[in-house]
Each structure stands twice: as C-alpha cells, then as structure tokens.
Design a protein around this ligand. Structure first.
Ligand code: SAH
Length: 200
C-alpha cells in the first residue's frame, strides 16, 4: 500500500510511516477485509465509506505541510481510520461524528489498537467544536457546498483547514489562517460523501 501511496504523490515520510503502522483491515467488516489494502473507498455501513488510502494520505500530508499541528479537529469520524492515522502524528485529536453507532464502532477500533489521544464527540460537525478551539489543524472528511464559517473561525492563527468543497464537482480546499485573514487554495478534484445536518 505504501508503494502505491508514494506513486500517487504521498511523499511525507511521517505520514507514510503512520499509514504503515495502522492496519486498515481492522476498520472494515471481516467480509471485505481482504480488500483493505486496495486503493479504493470501502463501505462502513449507514451509507458511509472509509476514504481510499490515497485520499487519507493526501489530506494528512496537506494538513502537515507547514509543520505539525499539536491539536487537530476531524469532522466525520466514520470508522476512525483517519483519526487513528492522525493519532500517530499529532499530540491530540478530537473527532466529530453525527451517526452514533459509527462513532461507537470507531471508538472500539481505536481502543483495540491502544490509541488513547483521540476524543470522540457525537455532534453535528457543521459547527465544529468551539469548546476545544482554537485548532491548529482541522480536517473535514465530508464535502460542503462552501467552507463552513464556523470551521474557519475556530482555526488558530497559523492553523490550517483541509476540506472537500463542492456538490457535483468537488475539490480539496486548503484554508490557512494568517495574522491578517484567511488564504484559500483550491486543490485536487476529489469525491466525498456530503456533510449532512442533524444527529442519528
Ligand atoms: N474519516 C473517515 C471517513 C468518513 S466518511 C474514515 O476514516 O473512515 C465521512 C463521515 O462524515 C461519515 O461517517 C458521516 O457520517 C460523517 N458526517 C457527515 N456529516 C457530518 C456532520 N455534519 N457532522 C459530523 N459528521 C458528519
């Protein structure tokens, strides 16, 4: 898997090492575990998917590009794989999920791997998690029509937000908070599930 990641442009050695360390097969149902190291998204129930390894690598690499954030917020826990990768790279991760059974399962996956620096919150991630702000990094794993203002507002100065944006056509957008405002860059075309309102 790591060789394939390198070929797709994931060159950050720390990101590659973290992805080598986290067993992706442990995050999907046993019936599809044999496909866990293919570069493809896989179903995790409730109409959601675990992102492909390349997408996880790319988003993590973008998040760490300007240095290592200490405290990171993830919106969209899903099965917890991205959070587990982040846990190996930064000091503290908070992850938000709107579907309670998915969050419970993700919590179990991380406990089984003895990962203890990730905190789980069952909330609507549109509003971020102001109780833990400011965040040095925010990674959103579901697509929004535009960058949610609440997420920008919760970024620390020097912090970075990585989020897929768009409905039909989606792109990975990176937002940096500078001392004077926000700098936005539109990146690679991507395909994510939508950021939905309300709790389940
Ligand atoms: N990072 C995940 C990918 C999950 S897919 C992984 O590694 O598996 C996106 C997730 O975002 C889904 O689980 C979906 O339920 C969640 N999601 C969608 N809208 C949300 C919202 N408003 N708040 C929190 N989570 C949301």
């Amino acid at each position: 898997m790591v060789d394939a990641l390198r070929k797709s442009g994931i060159t950050n050695e720390r990101v590659l090492a973290a992805m080598r360390e986290i067993p992706r097969h442990a995050f999907v149902e046993p019936g599809i575990a044999s496909r866990a190291y293919e570069d493809t998204p896989l179903p995790i129930g409730h109409g959601q998917t675990i992102s492909s390894p390349t997408i996880v690598g790319l988003m993590t690499q973008r998040l760490l590009e300007k240095g290592t954030p200490a405290k990171v917020l993830e919106v969209g826990t899903g099965c917890g794989y991205q959070a587990a990768v982040l846990s190996k790279l930064v000091k503290e991760v908070y992850t938000l999920e709107r579907i309670a059974p998915l969050m419970d399962k993700a919590r179990r996956h991380l406990r089984d791997l003895r990962i203890y620096n990730v905190r789980f919150k069952h909330v609507d991630g549109h509003n971020g998690y102001p109780e833990g702000a400011p965040w040095d990094g925010i990674l959103c794993a579901a697509t929004a029509a535009s960058v949610p203002e609440a997420l920008k507002a919760q970024l620390a100065v020097g912090g970075r937000l990585v989020i897929p944006v768009g409905t039909e056509e989606q792109h990975l957008v990176v937002v940096d908070r500078t001392p004077t405002g926000f700098v936005e860059q539109k990146g690679e075309p991507v395909r994510f599930v939508p950021l939905l309102p309300g709790l389940q």
